[in-house]
Design a protein around this ligand. Structure first.
Ligand SMILES: Cc1cc2nc3c(=O)[nH]c(=O)nc-3n(C[C@H](O)[C@H](O)[C@H](O)COP(=O)(O)O)c2cc1C
Length: 240
């Protein structure tokens, strides 16, 4: 099979724009709520009192490296708050949009952040959802999930030693309703911006991080009890 026969090539071609083709005709996908929230869950309030001193930004860029050998060390609530802020903290309001630390195509913010807290001095271990509007973590499942998450990440054992694991899903309709299938490109760009913020913030805080793209999608979606329109697309570990 040649490159042109792959789904990847076909997708890129199908979603290309040109002066001759200003977009493909597709069935319209109805828009969905820009926020996912768990109103009945126990919430842990996150906070940013002041930004800590950090190394020079370009030094941070030059030092960033994917690291996997973690010490199972606890993170403080402050460190977790700063990481979540870097991922999806609200930094502005424009009409109905809550603008964030990372950019988003059309300000549609299709990405949801889940956080597995493995080791923290202040938060009990468990799976949490980052609630954007009140900057809090909603507790979804109690307990250390490092082992099961490493199994779901194709057996990559280092996930078990990370202090926290970011899990990013996409609510596809938020972006596809505006951009059609081309929106899928933007969704992956959106999540990469978010992940890079977390990787650089980790380095700034003296922590180490690693992006994770290898995982069993279906089982991970089931583990997080996501419905059909939402799917995990990226993860990252952070630790000491
Ligand atoms: C999209 C993407 C997916 C990745 N998935 C994994 C992964 O599943 N496991 C892993 O150990 N590293 C993963 N990595 C990290 C790469 O192996 C790493 O970035 C690469 O070796 C370059 O090294 P550096 O990040 O230290 O500069 C991923 C990186 C990217 C950008």
């Amino acid at each position: 099979m040649g490159l042109k026969e792959t789904q990847a090539y076909q997708f890129l071609k199908f979603t290309n724009l040109s002066l001759k083709n200003l977009g493909i005709r597709e069935a319209v996908v109805p828009p969905v709520s820009p926020f996912k929230e768990y109103p009945d869950a126990k919430k842990i309030k996150l906070f940013i009192d002041e930004f800590p001193p950090t190394p020079n930004f370009f030094e941070i860029l030059s030092k960033r490296r994917s690291k996997r050998g973690y010490k199972r060390a606890p993170l403080s609530l402050k460190e977790i708050s700063l990481l979540c802020y870097s991922a999806q903290g609200v930094t502005g309001i424009a009409g109905p949009y809550l603008l964030r630390t990372a950019p988003s195509a059309g300000a549609l913010y299709p990405i949801e952040t889940y956080l597995a807290v493995n080791f923290s001095s202040e938060i009990e271990p468990g799976i949490y959802h980052l609630e954007i509007r009140d900057f809090s973590l909603a507790l979804l499942k109690k307990g250390y999930m490092g082992k099961i998450l490493s199994e779901l990440a194709l057996g990559q054992a280092f996930l078990g030693g990370a202090s926290v694991i970011f899990i990013w899903s996409a609510v596809l309709s938020r972006t596809i309703s505006k951009y059609g299938s081309r929106g899928l490109r933007y969704i992956f760009m959106d999540v990469a911006h978010i992940c890079q913020n977390v990787l650089l913030a980790s380095e700034a805080l003296g922590l180490k991080a690693c992006p994770v793209g290898a995982f069993f999608d279906e089982e991970l979606n089931k583990f997080l009890e996501l419905d059909n329109g939402e799917s995990v697309i990226y993860m990252a570990t952070v630790g000491k």
